[in-house]
Design a protein around this ligand. Structure first.
Ligand SMILES: *Cc1c(COP(=O)(O)O)cnc(C)c1O
Length: 411
């Protein structure tokens, strides 16, 4: 029996096994080398002529065996459920932002982008500030408002890319991927989805019609908070049409072998970690929702969330590990909670094994113009929690002791 007959879950656990390692190494070695030796002139000539039978690698910005191994499993994680899964490949980048900016430059050049107002901060800044200077304009709108999206696409034939996030910060709105994909197809536009929050454990955007998936591998794919990395996954034909590998090579944001090795190591427990993140997060969301000091919890796994049904249609086995909530006590209550937590780590980011908590109004967004901050949905009492894989009772106990005590309601 061939190993490929087993489930993707088992395939992921075995993903870092090298094939034909000369020393029989069990796990993929870190090929920490910038250049590769050719056995002969002919060996090198064949490599550069892209002929079979020559050297397989020449220089690590053009390709590296440890990075290749990582790319193979990333392509499987996002693409193995597709009928043309053999045509799906991945390119690893030095950061999520390198993956995103390189892809947008390659795919939207001399054109325009349509995207949503709530975007990961640096992606939003790139589209608003740098991309226009490169001649790439962005229309920001609610992508789930399909009539408006249709109108904008009809009126702006220069649009080349629709860019969405599976789950958007801070209100955790979920993109209607299949409906947006239908419009993208009708207008012959490339549809890119940032699946960092969703993760391929819960949702594979290409199965719902997206053309390209981008990731900050820094988050759940690595899972341990030990690196910065990114990835782009899509069909070879589309990568070739837009010369994406050449853009990566020449813009230069490639992943290093060490980061690829850390990712291979982290991915072995990807399924197990995601299962626990999702299990813990729904429990925390439910706990917070009934807490007297909390006015609102944003998590697509809660029935009270505006996109609960949409999320339930496209997500498997849970809704990810990030939620946000609103404290009735506003700014002061947010600061107090940050000062009181013991188990939760006061840090930005998500996707680490431990629970991370942050209060945007007093931390990440404290220098932002207040009106702009409120417009972005970042209210004074908003708290973001990236729930970890600790014992659930401990996470809830920590939040309980750190949240303001609420008088029981008198009837
Ligand atoms: C973190 C993040 C990014 C950027 O990734 P880096 O690895 O930090 O460059 C992009 N999109 C989302 C949704 C993220 O959370």
């Amino acid at each position: 029996m061939d190993k490929s007959k087993f489930s993707l879950e088992s395939e992921t656990v075995h993903a870092d096994h090298p094939k034909n390692d000369p020393f029989g190494s069990h796990v993929m070695p870190i090929y920490q080398t910038s250049t590769f030796q050719f056995n002969s002139v002919e060996d090198g000539r064949k490599f550069f002529a892209q002929e079979e039978g020559g050297a397989t690698h020449s220089y690590s910005r053009l390709g590296n065996p440890t990075v290749d191994r990582l790319e193979a499993i990333l392509a499987r994680l996002e693409g193995s459920g597709l009928p043309d899964s053999d045509d799906i490949s991945a390119l690893a980048f030095s950061s999520g932002m390198a993956a995103i900016s390189t892809t947008l430059i390659a795919m939207a050049k001399e054109g325009a982008v349509v995207s949503q107002p709530a975007l990961y901060g640096c992606t939003g800044q790139f589209l608003k500030e740098e991309a226009p200077e490169l001649g790439i304009k962005t229309h920001f709108l609610d992508l789930n408002d399909l009539d408006v999206l249709d109108k904008v696409l009809m009126e702006n034939p220069e649009v080349k890319v629709i860019y969405a996030e599976t789950i958007a910060n801070p209100t955790m709105e979920v993109a209607n991927i299949s409906a947006i994909a239908d419009l993208a197809e009708a207008y012959d536009i490339t549809f890119i989805v940032d699946n960092t929050f969703g993760t391929p454990y819960h949702v594979r955007p290409m199965e719902h019609g997206a053309d390209i998936v981008v990731h900050s591998a820094t988050k759940y794919l690595n899972g341990h908070g030990t690196l910065i990395g990114g990835a782009v996954i899509g069909r070879n034909s589309l990568f070739e049409e837009f010369n994406l590998a050449t853009f990566r090579k020449n813009l230069g944001g490639v992943m290093s072998p060490f980061e690829a090795w850390l990712l291979l190591n982290g991915l072995k427990t990807f399924n197990l970690r995601m299962e626990r993140h999702a299990e813990n997060t729904i429990k925390v969301a439910e706990y917070l929702e009934q807490h007297g000091a909390v006015s609102k919890v944003f998590y697509p796994g809660l029935e009270s969330h505006s996109d609960y049904e949409l999320a339930s249609d496209i997500f498997d086995s849970g809704y990810g590990g990030v939620l946000s909530f609103e404290l009735k006590g506003g700014f002061e209550a947010g600061v107090e909670l940050m000062e009181n937590v013991v188990l939760c780590t006061l840090a930005v980011s998500l996707g680490t094994a431990d629970t991370l908590i942050q209060h945007p109004a007093s931390m990440t967004h404290s220098v932002m113009d207040e009106d702009l901050r409120l417009q972005a949905g970042i209210t004074d009492g908003l708290v973001r929690l990236a729930v970890g894989i600790e014992n659930i009772d401990d996470i809830i106990a920590d939040l309980k002791q750190a949240l303001p005590e609420v008088e029981p309601a008198t009837v």
